[in-house]
Design a protein around this ligand. Sequence first.
Ligand code: FES
Length: 228
Amino acid sequence: MENNESEMVSIHVMGKKHRVPYDLTIMKAMEYAGHQFRRGSGCRGGFCGACATIYRTKGNFKLLGALACQKIVEDGMYIAQIPFSPSEKKTYHIAEVRPDASAFLEYYPEIARCLACNTCTKACPQDIDVMDYVQAALKGDIETAAKLSFDCLSCGLCAVRCPAEIVPYNIGQLARRLYSRHIVGPTDHVRAKVKEVEAGKFDEGIEELKRLSGEKLQERYENREKML
Ligand code: FES
């Protein structure tokens, strides 16, 4: 069916102009324009953080960021996908890491350069108080850092914008791991699930998956129950 021209907007994807329906997300608009997502797309529901996208709007010098699967297009939007966000996650044994500020300073010493400029918070498409959790981590307040960062998807837009080259989502992840390992410990539902795993509840299903050919496995994956 033809779209009504009055319901179309113009967007630019990597410099090329396209007319797309006004009510599509950036991701769907790019697909409408013929772009195929091989990378930069995962859950399509705002959960996985794979679709971080940079854009500009007409007449606005600011570089803005969004999740492509969530943000609705605007007329005159200039869109560029970023291939990945910088992240070097350190390897550690969480049981051996002390749950205080020294953990962050040891694994991510760049955290000490935080200028408290709040750029990370402004860049977050989840409206998370990123700067506040980074500052809490610096003070050794693991619980606050873990709780404030709880909704983080690791999309990387905060890291892309941080002038001190901190990767805030690594800090949040370490805080949440420290919090659950050293402060709250395993919750009842985790203990119950571990018991089920140990009792072999999922063994048959896993064995069945292991027997499938790559093709069948892909078919099963594509027909899985999806959130959207
Ligand atoms: S594709 Fe998963 S958050 Fe957008």
